[in-house]
Design a protein around this ligand. Structure first.
Ligand code: SAH
Length: 201
C-alpha cells in the first residue's frame, strides 16, 4: 500500500480532549512531512521517537521507510485506545513500541524526534517543554508549531545549540472535532521545522 493511502485510512481521535490540544495531523501533510524526513535523514535503520503520538499517524508513517525502531509516546488513555486501533490495522508492528507515558519522562537517545506537540495554547510553554526534551535526546528534530511563534521557536532552538535547517509552511485544517469550533473547517498556519544540533569546532 502506498504511504498516502495508508495514512488516509488511519483513524483520528474518537473523543478529542481540547485541554491536551488533540488535533491530528492531516494525512496529506503527514505524507509530505514524512517523505521530506526520509529524503533528508534516510529513515532506514534509524531510531525515532514520536512525541505526543496521539493516534500515531507520524510514527506509524515512519515504519513505511524501515526504521530500526519507532517509539510512540503518548500519555492520554483515550488517545492510546485510538492508537491501538490503528496499530491493529497494520500488518506488521515489530518496529513500533507504544510507550504510555509523559514525554518529559522519556530518556532514551534516538536519531530523530518527530513531533506535532500541543502548541501551548491551553497549557503555556508545553511546546517549549516538548522541544527542550527532544533536543536533549536527539541531534535531529522535526517539530510542528504555529507559524506566528516562528521567531520565538527558532531563538529557543538556537539558544539550545540547534540550527534551523529547513522550514515548511502549511495551512493546517482543524476539522470541527471540538465544540468551540464554529466553522466546519478552520485553518491555522503551521510551520514544520527541521532542527539540527550544531557541531562544535
Ligand atoms: N502527533 C499526533 C497528535 C497531535 S496532538 C498527530 O500528529 O496527529 C498532541 C498530542 O500530544 C495529543 O495526543 C496529547 O494527548 C499529547 N500530549 C500532550 N501532552 C503530552 C505529554 N506531556 N506527554 C505525552 N503526550 C502528550
Amino acid at each position: 500500500m502506498n504511504l498516502a493511502i495508508l495514512l488516509s485510512k488511519l483513524k483520528v481521535f474518537n473523543n478529542p480532549d481540547p485541554n491536551l490540544e488533540q488535533y491530528p495531523t492531516d494525512s496529506e501533510i503527514a505524507n509530505q512531512v514524512l517523505n521530506n524526513v526520509n529524503l533528508i535523514d534516510h529513515i532506514k535503520g534509524k531510531t525515532i521517537a514520536d512525541f505526543g503520538a496521539g493516534t500515531g499517524i507520524l510514527g506509524i508513517g515512519c515504519t513505511f521507510f524501515n526504521p530500526s525502531i519507532v517509539y510512540l509516546i503518548e500519555k492520554d488513555v483515550n488517545a492510546i485506545t485510538d492508537m491501538i486501533e490503528n496499530l491493529r490495522f497494520l500488518e506488521k508492528v515489530d518496529h513500533l513500541e507504544l510507550l504510555p507515558m509523559d514525554v518529559i519522562d522519556f530518556n532514551k537517545k534516538v536519531n530523530i524526534v518527530i513531533q506535532n506537540p500541543p502548541f501551548g495554547t491551553k497549557q503555556k510553554r508545553i511546546d517549549i517543554q516538548f522541544l527542550d526534551k527532544a533536543f536533549s535526546i536527539a541531534n535531529v528534530v522535526y517539530s510542528f508549531h504555529k507559524t506566528i511563534t516562528k521567531d520565538y521557536i527558532q531563538e529557543f532552538a538556537n539558544r539550545q545549540g540547534f540550527d534551523t535547517t529547513h522550514t515548511w509552511d502549511y495551512q493546517f485544517p482543524l476539522k470541527q472535532t471540538m465544540k468551540q469550533h464554529k466553522k466546519t473547517i478552520q485553518r491555522i498556519q503551521v510551520t514544520v521545522f527541521r532542527f539540527e544540533k550544531r557541531m562544535r569546532g
